[in-house]
Design a binder for this molecule. Structure first.
Ligand SMILES: Nc1ncnc2[nH]cnc12
Ligand SMILES: [Zn+2]
Length: 349
């Protein structure tokens, strides 16, 4: 009777001390990208939605992407199963449980309101559902949270502005705005006025830039949108002057290594610029982007780059420290200090 129990305890203990499970903040995570095939099918059945896949294996086999757009096509299509407040709460709670198991102590979660309102799901349904899970996360999972709403950059600036208006009644639950979806051809400049309006409402600002798009998009995000963090920023190294500025100003970059391989922004993890970016003095963090689609959550990403790029334990500690330094914890500096102390105390050898 006792043996399996003792065995389980040892497994759990070993898992708790994996180097890649050190305490960390996740700062680049699309909640819709945490929709695992099993939950997608369960929600489809509950909501009477027909999925064009025979089963979860068939769906997983569709996760072979050529580029960002080929992923986005499936990502938006699968959202059809998300309809009620409970669906959004369940989705977010499942993510938070997984993230906590890999050492995530603080999560700043993106959502794409236009992808839901455009198919008839009210803004309030999405936010109330997500907020229920996020606001209970400290008690349930030991994870503090922030919510960031992203504008779809391949939709119009007018649509983004209307979405900002829709958010007004919910601003106490929303920390900031972001910009995502198809990047090339949709430069940050398109959203200058929307970001000005968001800033006037007291919202923090981030934007995807330099994932597939050129380094000039990263400059625009800084200069025209006033972003405080750059999501991805993968192509920054192509522009040495930009790198110098990002280092000087301490602008955080939220890298997503497994995503970059799956969406073919880099050929292989061994070619990922993460280590070169660390060596250049950039404030980089490691995140999971859309973990259900790209093969791993926060700890999986960290473990994968550790192996591919021969990162040391101290490199991992630095990345974890960066994640808390880059987090929107300015309203709770005591908490940030506690998280940083947890990183320093975590045994890595
Ligand atoms: N990696 C990504 N880039 C742009 N938009 C996204 N939406 C979800 N994941 C994204
Ligand atoms: Zn992203």
């Amino acid at each position: 009777m006792n043996r399996p129990h003792v065995h389980d305890a040892r497994v759990n203990d070993a898992r708790a001390h994996l180097p890649e499970h050190l305490p960390k903040a996740e700062l680049h995570l699309h909640i819709e990208g945490t929709l695992e095939p099993e939950l997608a099918f369960a929600l489809a059945a509950r909501n009477g939605v027909d999925l064009p896949y025979a089963d979860t294996d068939a769906l997983r086999r569709a996760y072979r992407f050529e580029d960002l757009q080929s992923f986005l096509d499936l990502y938006y299509a699968l959202m059809a199963v998300l309809r009620t407040e409970d669906d959004f709460a369940e989705l977010a709670d499942a993510y938070l449980a997984r993230a906590a198991a890999q050492g995530v102590r603080h999560a700043e979660v993106f959502f794409d309101p236009q992808a839901h309102t455009s198919r008839g799901v009210p803004f309030g349904t999405v936010v109330e559902g997500l907020a229920r899970a996020l606001e209970g996360a400290e008690e349930r999972h030991g994870v503090t949270t922030r919510l960031i709403m992203c504008f779809l950059r391949d939709e119009s600036a007018e649509s983004a502005m209307a979405t900002l208006e829709e958010a007004r009644p919910y601003l106490s639950r929303i920390t900031g705005v972001g910009l995502d979806s198809a990047e090339v051809g949709h430069p940050p400049a398109k959203f200058r006025e929307v970001y000005e309006a968001a800033a006037a409402l007291g919202l923090r600002r981030v934007a995807h830039a330099g994932e597939e798009g050129p380094p000039s998009y990263i400059r625009e995000a800084l200069d025209l949108l006033g972003v405080e963090r750059v999501d991805h920023g993968l192509r920054a190294l192509e522009d040495p002057e930009l790198v110098e500025r990002l280092v000087r100003e301490g602008v955080p970059l939220t890298l997503c290594p497994l995503s970059n391989v799956r969406l073919r922004a880099v050929d292989a993890l061994a070619d990922h610029p993460l280590k070169a970016m660390m060596d250049a003095g950039l404030l980089v963090t490691v995140n999971s982007d859309d973990p259900a689609y790209f093969g791993g959550y926060a700890g999986d990403n960290l473990g994968a780059v550790r192996d591919a790029l021969a990162l040391t334990g101290e490199d991992l500690r630095r990345l974890a420290r960066n994640s808390f330094r880059a987090a929107f914890l300015d309203d709770d500096e005591e908490r940030r200090a506690r998280y940083l102390a947890e990183v320093d105390a975590y045994p890595l050898d």
